[in-house]
Ligand binder design. Structure first.
Ligand code: ZN
Length: 130
């Protein structure tokens, strides 16, 4: 396993890029709109992993609510797995709380979230690169 990306909730991707891209000099891998999640995301390469900036484009977005409640900051950590569906079946049996069902995320990756109750307080995403 490796860390695929770290998701950071931001109010304005363009503004956040001034730090992550322009000041830190991380390679910018582009943006993507996820309409069904009410999000625009931007990816920056950092070693084998990425930083995912998550900007809400709808007030229905969970990221919008997250920022309202807690402000900008780390939202989740994503681990790469070979097969999300198999992993979910495996860890559910061990009593791990999964949020919803595996679905399609940024870049067409198959993703699912693990409830912070099962991870000592961190929202974790499992993701499968195609
Ligand atoms: Zn993510």
């Amino acid at each position: 396993m490796k860390i695929d990306h770290i998701g950071i909730a931001v109010k304005d991707i363009q503004n956040s890029l001034k730090f992550y891209r322009d000041i830190l000099g991380l390679e910018f891998n582009g943006t993507e709109k996820l309409k069904d999640r009410g999000l625009q995301v931007a990816f920056l390469q950092i070693g084998e992993s990425e930083i995912e900036l998550l900007e809400p484009i709808s007030e229905d977005s969970t990221i919008y609510k997250f920022i309202e409640k807690k402000g900008e900051g780390i939202h989740h950590i994503a681990l790469e797995v070979d097969d999300v569906d198999n992993k979910v079946d495996e860890i559910k049996e061990l009593g791990v709380k999964i949020i919803g069902k595996p679905s399609s995320g940024a870049g067409g990756k198959r993703i699912v979230f693990i409830h912070p109750k099962s991870t000592s307080g961190v929202l974790m995403e499992l993701c499968q690169n195609q």
